[in-house]
Design a protein around this ligand. Structure first.
Ligand code: MD3
Ligand code: FE
Length: 214
């Protein structure tokens, strides 16, 4: 196993690539506001396990907020302004979400990031995300910002081809990852979740992924 770094210190900016960073603990000051906003979103658009194009059910449950949300079904992957579960638009992006995303992007060198979509992933013990690229967005010039909350996950960080070897890095509660530019299309994934319950979230991991889709 190749671990990028043994020590992830709060406040540290850990480089994963030329334009990919983990901002350790960056979301900590926002955690209470984030979790309150998340409860409101869940009440309107609950977490659900989407089907893949191939007919499998994903182990990660998802919901969205913002102008558009990522959806997957037998027709494939795409962004939609309507939640197919509720039949209504996705919940609006809470102010604290966009503030955190823009501040984190700026701290990683990406000025004026204005996300229009936030995919919210919920992992339970055993949930995993296999190696993939984020390429359903129209415009690859904007960065992606991802916020980890709850149980620790092992993140796989690969290259531009699926076959390239991956580095492993732990994502802790409060960590924010930002990647763009030449690192925007790297393969990445999350190993099956295991480990200790988190004091605030229990046996759950929540990941918020902010994107500029349109
Ligand atoms: C990619 N979510 O929703 S993104 C996804 O933890 C997704 O749920 C993951 O992949 C999750 O599409 C985490 C984290 C991340 C961090 C750094 C990267 C992805 C990266 C650097 C380069 C490419
Ligand atoms: Fe991804």
């Amino acid at each position: 196993m190749s671990t990028l770094d043994l020590f992830q210190v709060p406040g540290q900016r850990l480089p994963l690539g030329a334009q990919a960073f983990i901002l350790c603990g960056f979301a900590m000051p926002y955690q209470d506001e984030l979790l309150a906003a998340l409860s409101a979103i869940e009440a309107q658009s609950p977490f659900r396990k989407m089907q893949t194009r191939g007919g499998y059910r994903m182990s990660v449950a998802m919901t969205n907020c913002g102008e558009v949300g990522w959806v997957s079904d037998l027709q494939g992957y795409r962004y939609s302004s309507i939640d197919p579960h509720s039949g209504a638009p996705w919940p609006a992006m809470p102010g604290v979400f966009s503030r955190l995303a823009e501040t984190a992007a700026a701290a990683a060198g990406f000025a004026a990031f204005q996300p229009d979509a936030c995919l919210i992933n919920r992992y339970l013990p055993g949930s995993r995300l296999s190696l993939h690229q984020d390429k359903d967005e129209r415009d690859f010039s904007a960065p992606i910002v991802s916020v980890s909350l709850g149980m620790t996950a092992t993140f796989l960080f690969g290259g531009h081809r699926r076959e390239e070897r991956t580095a492993r890095v732990q994502l802790y509660h409060g960590d924010v990852a930002v990647w763009g530019g030449e690192d925007r299309l790297r393969y990445h994934g999350v190993l099956p979740l295991k480990g200790m319950a988190h004091p605030l979230l229990g046996e759950r991991r929540i990941n918020l992924t902010f994107r500029k889709v349109r």
